[in-house]
Design a protein around this ligand. Structure first.
Ligand code: OAD
Length: 234
């Protein structure tokens, strides 16, 4: 067993920023350009499904054109080399962790490359361009939506995530501003069950005071260095 026991890593938009994918709340972030009520809520989708599909079609295209960076790659090395479980719980809807080689990745906010039928719950691989009138391959209803979690909806896998937070020896948050719950509470959930906690982010997050330690700077600098230290000492 590695020195820290099992490791749970929460990632956010900051880990994919240096791959060219925009964050949400930074200057120039997505939520400064788009109204999240229009493109990231069930009510916005009901009002204007074409606009919402256009937004996610564009993000899917950006994601396909992007490549994993040194931080994603370092986390894949950590999982391969660490003598214990390493789980990535990501708020990101991109697939850069998987493309870097990470195998245990849980997408709590869904995935851009998956489609969901709002009528029957069937899921399938999303086409490059999704349209509201695309029929569900299982039930034929035209209620196709991206398989992403919107504001006001329950994130995926919450029970399983809480179980893993309870048994983690180390919890690390990387590239997340700590503004969106329940993910922002994971540090406190893990700490309450005895985990050590580390924040890696460009700047102190909104929940910095809940962490034992922090390293601030670019993910592509800090994450590979931190992974190198862990793999050397375990
Ligand atoms: P945010 O945009 O809120 O925060 C991104 C964080 O990454 C900020 O604190 C930045 O300082 C940091 N950051 C930026 N560039 C970085 C870099 N190169 N290296 C390290 N850190 C960097 O994104 P999230 O916290 O992921 O949800 O946002 C959480 C959720 O809010 C998203 O999953 C999305 C959004 O609304 C839904 O759409 C449901």
């Amino acid at each position: 067993m590695g020195r820290f026991g099992d490791i749970v890593i929460l990632t956010g938009a900051g880990i994919s920023a240096e791959s060219g994918l925009g964050t949400f709340r930074d200057r120039d972030g997505l939520w400064t350009k788009y109204d999240l009520n229009e493109v990231a809520t069930p009510e916005g989708f009901a009002r204007n499904p074409d606009l919402v599909h256009e937004f996610y079609n564009a993000r899917r295209a950006n994601c396909a054109a992007a490549a994993p960076n040194a931080a994603h790659e370092a986390l894949a090395r950590l999982e391969a080399g660490y003598q214990g479980k390493v789980l990535i719980v990501t708020q990101n809807v991109d697939d850069l962790h998987e493309r870097a080689g990470s195998r245990h990745v849980w997408h709590m906010h869904g995935q851009l490359n998956r489609a969901l039928c709002a009528a029957c719950g069937h899921r399938w691989d999303a086409p490059d361009r999704m349209r509201p009138r695309d029929p569900c391959p299982a039930c034929g209803t035209t209620a196709t939506r991206p398989d992403v979690v919107w504001f006001g909806e329950m994130p995926y896998l919450m029970e399983a995530i809480h179980q893993r937070l309870q048994t983690a020896g180390l919890f690390v948050a990387i590239g997340t501003s700590g503004n969106v719950y329940p993910a922002a509470d994971f540090v406190r959930n893990a700490a309450a069950c005895g985990a050590e906690t580390l924040e890696i982010n460009l700047e102190p997050s909104a929940v910095i005071s809940d962490f034992d330690t922090a390293r601030h700077g670019k993910a592509t600098d800090i994450v590979p260095a931190w992974v190198g230290e862990i793999l050397k000492t375990t």
